[in-house]
Write a protein that binds this ligand. Structure first.
Ligand SMILES: [Zn+2]
Length: 319
């Protein structure tokens, strides 16, 4: 349901991270081994878990009680942000959930402002702020969709990335071999139906592979990412035609690449993921991520992408 909500992309991403417990609260940072005091800097009473930071902190009491639709709920016994959000999704209607997401996002924003001594207006009515923010957002969205219709059909004939249909995510993968250094770069990017980047990865490894193996590995990692983060349903695109054909033939070939291909086939059938061929020209974001390995950390980064990709992402999103 999260992806069907009409809320700004950054809010959606924030709530998604809260579901996954990927919010950098002090408790989460300390669990990761960072030397930080895990106490909540707002109330100094409890460890700052995700749920505490966005909802349970005594400092948020006024916010909680000014949301008209949550008065009679019991949320104190929720174990985690995941349980809490799932509970809200189940009992709130779409409009209420949209407002709830913006409120939680604003609470986290205020928490950050406070921590960095940036100053927050303590008298701000968070609920009222969120309602106004959402109203503005919906107005702008409406205007934009009218504009898009007025602009008429887009020019075709150019090979370009196409958005997946609403509610589906698209992962583009690519691998690049730098033969003189025996270095292989992998690029993976996942986007939603608006073309917005949900996450990307750029990794490299020293190896001397035949070209198909890195291409297959990139596809496999893309699937793992979609699975681990719940970004399903997903379609995957790669510009390695041989590899895509092997996957869709559903018959694991030669020994060297066969195990990777069988893993992909199994995961695809379990998670109902399709792997499609796309020309290089429609795979430019992944291609450029693969070409410049190690710019992004050796793992997925969510929402953000390195600045050099901006023009490729924009080109894909242009009508
Ligand atoms: Zn607190």
């Amino acid at each position: 349901m999260l992806w069907q909500l009409k809320i700004p992309h950054k809010v959606q991403i924030f709530i998604w991270k809260a579901y996954l417990n990927w919010i950098p609260t002090t408790a989460n940072l300390s669990k990761k081994g960072m030397e930080v005091d895990d106490m909540c800097a707002g109330c100094h009473r409890k460890s700052e878990t995700t749920l505490h930071a966005i909802w349970n902190c005594p400092n948020l009491r006024r916010v909680r009680f000014s949301i008209p639709f949550v008065h009679n709920q019991s949320w104190n016994d929720m174990a985690s942000a995941f349980d809490f959000l799932l509970f809200q999704e189940n009992i709130l209607d779409k409009k209420e959930m949209e407002l709830m997401c913006v409120i939680l996002w604003r609470c986290w924003w205020r928490r950050n402002q406070m921590i960095h001594n940036a100053g927050v207006r303590s008298e701000e009515d968070v609920v009222e702020w969120a309602a106004n923010f959402l109203e503005e957002f919906h107005k702008t969205e409406e205007k934009n969709s009218e504009k898009n219709i007025a602009n008429g059909p887009m020019i075709k004939n150019i090979v370009r990335w196409e958005r997946p249909r609403e509610g589906v995510f698209k992962i583009n993968t690519d691998a690049a071999i730098c033969s003189d250094r025996n270095l292989v770069g992998f690029g993976i990017v996942i986007r939603n139906h608006n073309g917005e980047v949900m996450g990307c990865s750029s990794q490299s490894t020293v190896a001397n592979f035949t070209p198909q193996i890195p291409e297959a590995c990139a596809i496999l990692w893309g699937i793992m990412f979609a699975k681990d983060t719940g970004l399903l349903p997903t379609v995957i695109e790669s510009d390695a035609k041989t590899v895509v054909d092997l996957i869709n033939a559903e018959a694991p070939p030669r020994a060297d690449i066969g195990t990777v291909i069988s893993d992909i086939i199994n995961l695809c059938s379990f998670y109902d993921i399709r792997v499609l061929f796309t020309p290089r020209g429609a795979n430019m974001v992944a291609h450029n991520l693969a070409k410049v390995p190690s710019i992004v950390e050796d793992r997925f980064c969510l929402e953000d992408y390195p600045p050099f990709l901006e023009s490729f992402v924009r080109a894909d999103m242009a009508l």
